[in-house]
Design a protein around this ligand. Structure first.
Ligand code: FAD
Length: 474
């Protein structure tokens, strides 16, 4: 009896229990293993998957096909428009290849879960395996048996459960048949943008992880907030499409720091915490499906009257707000498909609080641009910034872009990298852009090539606090 491994957001052969299960099924039933990946352009468009992420996926599907060929497994890359067509094509594929069992990794997003449920209900022999988190969604609960709504107790419980388990990545399965010929390169039939500035492959991701743990993790706490430094791992593009698993990351931490889950002084503590944030947002997505449906986590957010000024939104998207730190960050996103975490928080706060644009507009724009686009982390980050989320930044805390600028890019080297118009400006002018008084005939613009601030900070802060007080209970 034959089995099928269906790859989705787990584009790897290492630490892939679903792949191992497919191989074991075929071995014990004297059958073959096949593998399949569906290219779904219309679904990706509906989900706003960025062209740069599609290109990154394409590169990894080709590398995956090569790695599978070495194991004697053929990967078919099938084009479907959307998840509905996937159902039809998968049923036909199963019949054509006499497949008795299908294995895949569980996914936390609602459309993906509905697709899988429909397939199982229609009789497809699909087994879903939890492998996108170290601890599966639903395993980290409070005393009442509910999902935590605050991160710190979630993280504490997460560590105590993880500490009782062996966190060991699953090995690459042994070859199941003779090595196959090198597969032909597959080209996805949809719009893509080059991701070549990023290395690709499981080996590359593992090397980045190892080098980060060997050389940088101890300085992560001190350096992670400074966008001019390479202070973070830059593993997010790989984690988002499953080229590396969070279990591989946590296991690598534990190999180096066996006390990481219990010792508060562990040098990897802060980085481990970020991986736990990733799990927190994924567990939330499963516990609260409305998060996948564009809803505020905090329902009081439904009462916010957003300004949603299109011209201001466009200036934000284009990196033309007149606030150098915001503009440098948005240009980094537009040019590279990635943005530093500190800046994601700063630009999201600016859009939702200074400009009072609905967080959903920003979430969507990020998704359309990010190489690491991930519904759980993106939604979590946006709702955290807007104050509507679970364990969010309080609505009355409004990042001051000028303070953020001087604190986290003191010599403006990051800003100047992306906003070259400002190369001759003084540090004081870069960090404190001036709003021209329109009533002053003698007022001079700082520089004609660069816009003046589109909103005045003090006024915007007070306006945000008033409008967002809709989030106040009682
Ligand atoms: P590191 O600092 O090295 O962290 C290691 C890993 O931990 C990351 O790769 C990521 O998988 C995870 N992680 C780190 N911080 C967070 C966090 N706050 N929430 C969830 N997971 C985290 N991350 C995405 O992967 N995809 C997104 O679409 C995304 N959108 C975001 C939107 C906003 C508004 C904000 C504030 C944050 C968003 N993040 C997102 C989280 C974070 O900014 C990125 O994960 C991080 O910048 C990636 O860089 P890194 O790999 O160097 O991270």
């Amino acid at each position: 009896m034959n089995s099928l491994m269906w790859f989705r957001q787990d584009l790897r052969v290492a630490d892939n229990p679903a792949l191992v299960a497919a191989c074991e099924f075929a071995s014990s039933n004297r059958g073959h293993v096949r593998a399949v990946y569906f290219v779904t352009p219309a679904q990706w468009a509906q989900h706003d998957v960025a062209p740069i992420q599609i290109d990154f996926i394409q590169r990894h599907v080709n590398l995956l096909a090569q790695a599978l060929a070495v194991l004697g497994i053929h990967l078919d890359v099938l084009h479907a428009q959307d998840f509905d067509e996937v159902q039809t094509l998968l049923a036909a594929y199963i019949a054509q290849h006499d497949i008795a069992a299908v294995y895949a990794a569980n996914e936390p997003e609602i459309n993906e879960r509905r697709r899988d449920r429909a397939l199982i209900d229609s009789g497809v022999p699909l087994t879903l395996i939890d492998q996108d988190c170290v601890l599966a969604a639903g395993q980290v609960k409070n005393l009442a048996g509910d999902m935590y709504k605050v991160f710190s107790p979630f993280a504490k419980k997460w560590k105590s459960i993880a500490g009782q388990r062996a966190i060991v990545p699953v090995a690459v399965p042994a070859p199941i048949a003779a090595v196959l010929a090198t597969p032909n390169e597959v080209v996805f039939n949809c719009y893509k943008m080059s991701s070549e500035q990023w290395p690709a492959g499981e080996g590359a991701a593992k090397r980045i992880l190892d080098q980060f743990l060997a050389n940088q993790v101890a300085d992560y706490q001190a350096e992670r907030d400074f966008p001019a430094l390479e202070g973070t791992s830059r593993l997010s593009p790989f984690l988002a499409i499953g080229v590396i698993s969070s279990r591989q990351c946590v296991a690598a931490i534990l190999a180096r720091y066996p006390q990481a889950l219990v010792e508060d002084t562990c040098p990897a503590k802060t980085w481990l915490n970020e991986l736990i944030w990733r799990e927190f947002y994924r567990h939330l997505l499963v516990a609260f499906p409305r998060l996948s449906m564009n809803h505020n986590f905090n329902e009081l957010g439904d009462g916010i009257v957003w300004r949603n000024n299109l011209a201001e939104f466009t200036a934000w998207c284009d990196g033309q707000t007149g606030y150098p730190i915001i503009d440098a960050a948005m240009r980094q996103l537009n040019q590279t498909g990635w943005m530093h975490n500190r800046l994601r928080m700063v630009v999201a706060s600016f859009l939702t609080k200074h400009l009072l644009v609905d967080w959903r507009w920003g979430e969507r724009y990020f998704r359309q641009k990010l190489i690491d686009g991930d519904l759980a982390a993106n939604n979590g980050g946006w709702q955290w910034s807007a104050g509507t989320g679970c364990d969010a930044q309080p609505y009355f805390r409004v990042f001051n872009p000028m303070t953020q600028s001087s604190k986290f890019d003191p010599d403006a080297s990051f800003i100047k990298r992306y906003v070259s118009e400002l190369s001759a400006w003084s540090l004081a002018d870069i960090h404190q852009p001036k709003t021209i008084n329109v009533n002053d005939l003698f007022a001079q613009r700082q520089d004609d090539r660069y816009p003046q601030p589109i909103v005045e900070h003090k006024m915007a802060r007070l306006r945000a606090i008033e409008v967002l007080s809709a989030l106040k209970r009682g």
